[in-house]
Design a protein around this ligand. Structure first.
Ligand code: GLN
Length: 201
């Protein structure tokens, strides 16, 4: 790894390309991950947004579900955005009964949680560990964290509006998750945080 970690982006479905560009602009080598041999070669993994029940099914079809669970259990750093956050959770509310999850974080997430008020919106977040300007967060049919376990650091909450106070960014050890999509704004600070986590692992 040296100073240039290899970061995989799960590329079964969803917006993998933007995440690859983001981690590469933070100095990592980025590779798309579609098979277990590719997963083996990475120092950390981004699980992008998309549709969590579809990604869950594809993880099974591509024989990646158990290898991914095993690497997470062995301490591989991971970052999940939106559907990626859902997959990393230990419990998912409002999903299909057959949807798999990865148990990478001790959190309960609610899928499409903001949908009752509004499908998609943007907000400026105070994000623990990211200094300077607030982080502009784009939420697209996003989940929120309904419950975070004792070992989980809450990094950001919705600041105002009908959903004020709900948790939208968390970290537990070397696993990071956001309800929102930092890859679409051009602000690389969330990806930089993750790349630094992988370098430190
Ligand atoms: N609503 C999607 C799901 O349940 C997540 C949306 C997203 O990743 N932008 O998987």
């Amino acid at each position: 790894m040296a100073n240039q970690p290899t970061i995989g982006v799960l590329a079964l479905q969803g917006d993998a390309r933007e995440h690859l560009a983001a981690v590469e602009s933070c100095g990592a080598r980025g590779i798309g991950v579609r098979r277990a041999s590719e997963l083996e070669s990475v120092d950390g993994l981004v699980i992008p947004g998309g549709e969590s029940t579809t990604m869950s099914r594809l993880l099974t079809v591509f024989d990646l579900l158990e290898p991914l669970r095993a690497r997470l259990k062995a301490g591989m750093p991971a970052y999940g955005s939106c559907a990626g956050m859902i997959l990393l959770a230990s419990e998912i509310l409002d999903t299909r009964p057959d949807a798999e999850h990865l148990n990478g974080l001790d959190i309960t997430v609610r899928r499409n949680a903001f949908g009752r008020q509004v499908d998609s919106f943007e907000a400026d977040l105070d994000f623990a560990g990211i200094d300077g300007d607030p982080v502009r967060a784009v939420f697209i049919r996003a989940p929120w964290v309904e419950h975070a376990g004792a070992g989980v650091d809450v990094l950001a909450r919705v600041p105002e509006g009908p959903a004020a106070g709900h948790i939208v960014a968390v970290r537990q050890g070397d696993v990071l998750a956001t309800s929102f999509h930092p890859e679409v704004t051009g602000d690389r600070r969330v990806h930089r945080l993750f790349v630094d986590m992988v370098r430190g692992n």
